[in-house]
Design a binder for this molecule. Sequence first.
Ligand code: FES
Length: 166
Amino acid sequence: MSCQCHGSTGEENEKFKVIDRIIEAHKGQEGALIPVLHQAQEVIGYLPEDVQAYIAEKLGIPLSEVYGVVSFYTLFSTEPKGKHVISVCLGTACYVKGSGNILAEFEKTLGVKVGGTTKDGMFTLEACRCLGACGLAPVLTVDGDVHGRLVTKDVAEIINKYKTGN
Ligand code: FES
């Protein structure tokens, strides 16, 4: 049975072709779902419902199982992310050194709550657990790059830096 769940634009078709290739590479492997979801998200940027349904059908597993995995792991997102992803560590060492205030300052300055993306699509704000850089607490990453020993006044500077690309 072929999947009727996706659109017909060239870009959409390309998206599903990419997923086909990812699934092909994991065919017959036990526990293929998580690596397939992970790679699909890397390529597409997020995991919308039609993509989840397509993966479920192709892997021959219930859609409810795919939904369950996607909603369980914070690593997976069902919404498109911003150009830059800011992830503030709320692990114990960072929290004790004020990362909660840093996060609040980002929320205030960007005008979004944790998990949200700015209207211009520039930034997604996230919180995460220990990044393994506690010596630099409080820590955050922007697009995976670590910034440490932060104070609230660094927030505006970081936003500016990524906004202007300098
Ligand atoms: S608690 Fe933040 S890096 Fe470890």
